[in-house]
Design a protein around this ligand. Structure first.
Ligand SMILES: [Zn+2]
Length: 153
């Protein structure tokens, strides 16, 4: 029996899962921002062209395959130096982390997503629930791809 997680926790965890799918489908590695609230979430990544509708559908499909896999999420607390040695710059987003921060919390879903993150997460991917991409847009001048989604039961 799995623990009950709040919608906030589920939609936040979904960001990591969607991000992994975005990297898998488009190769877009750098997040510029992310948000989640209740059952909604959004992610903006840097990308150099407008994706096709099929690619967006594939991102949603890959994210939900990952949800169904019920993969365990690993959380680590370690020195910044150790984390950088293990995963390199992949743990960071485009927004900088202050230099004085020496200890990091790491979200790690092996083979899918690694990111420095101090927020609450579900223990496994299935606890997030189904992910539905509701809207997306590509902002050409900034090369930003914005995705927003809902988590559903
Ligand atoms: Zn997180």
């Amino acid at each position: 029996m799995s623990q009950h997680f709040s919608l906030d926790t589920r939609s936040h965890t979904a960001i990591h899962i969607v991000k992994g799918a975005v990297v898998k489908v488009l190769g877009a590695k750098w997040s510029t921002s992310a948000y989640s609230s209740r059952g909604h979430g959004g992610l903006t990544v840097q990308y150099d062209r407008k994706p096709s509708e099929e690619e967006i559908q594939l991102i949603e499909k890959q994210a939900n395959i990952k949800v169904q896999e019920n993969q365990q999420i690993e959380i680590y607390e370690m020195s910044r130096k150790m984390a950088e040695t293990r995963w390199g710059q992949e743990i960071y987003d485009l927004f900088p982390l202050p230099i004085e921060i020496k200890k990091l919390k790491i979200f790690y879903l092996p083979g899918w997503n690694v990111n420095t993150c101090g927020k609450e997460h579900t223990l496994s991917t299935t606890e997030v629930g189904a992910i539905k991409i509701k809207k997306w847009r590509f902002r050409a001048p900034k090369r930003f791809l914005e995705l927003s989604f809902d988590v559903e039961y």
